[in-house]
Design a protein around this ligand. Sequence first.
Ligand code: GDP
Length: 198
Amino acid sequence: MKIKSADFVMSNSDVAKCPNEPLPEYAFIGRSNVGKSSLINMLTERKSLAKISGRPGKTQLINHFKINGNWFLVDLPGYGYARVSKKNKKTFQKYITDYFVKRTQLVSAFVLVDIRHTPQKIDLEFMEYLGENRIPFSIVFTKADKLNAKTIEKNVAVYLKELLLGAWEEAPRHFITSSSKNIGRDELLSYIDLINQQ
Ligand code: GDP
């Protein structure tokens, strides 16, 4: 996919106020520092697109970028647990669960994880949450330039195996990326293109 335009549209914390356009949208999410801004900038070939929403005074929650005038890339900053309920059941922040449950335009989510790390509980629980709510998602492994090919393969295998030990019958689709080495860009954009054409 050639990126002809990538425009910041809006930033807000209320899913009801997200753009009222019936365009397919793809949400990018992960713990802070995972490399999400860098990935969005790599995908869109814009040096600082993902930082626009970080301007002072802007709400840094749900950020919509319109790509090529026909789909939205949504930047959802890092998730965390909202509270611990009486039953000790953790939940994610309301703006995130509201977004995923209510946003009918959402086609698929991309959950970013740092390829160097062992599976983290919060990421696994978030993927479980998506699965329980029937929200399609892929895993995007970031910072692949930091490891050699063999270690990448090993870490991915460990990750997918851990997921399969949980409630998953089938491993989710995954992408291996590096924003500093421009790895994985074509694969990710071709995948989005393919879905958009269906
Ligand atoms: P965010 O908080 O998830 O938006 O993460 P950033 O995109 O701001 O990146 C966090 C840190 O990781 C920064 O120091 C980036 O330079 C670094 N980083 C992000 N992507 C990559 C990558 O693909 N390779 C390497 N080596 N570093 C990266």
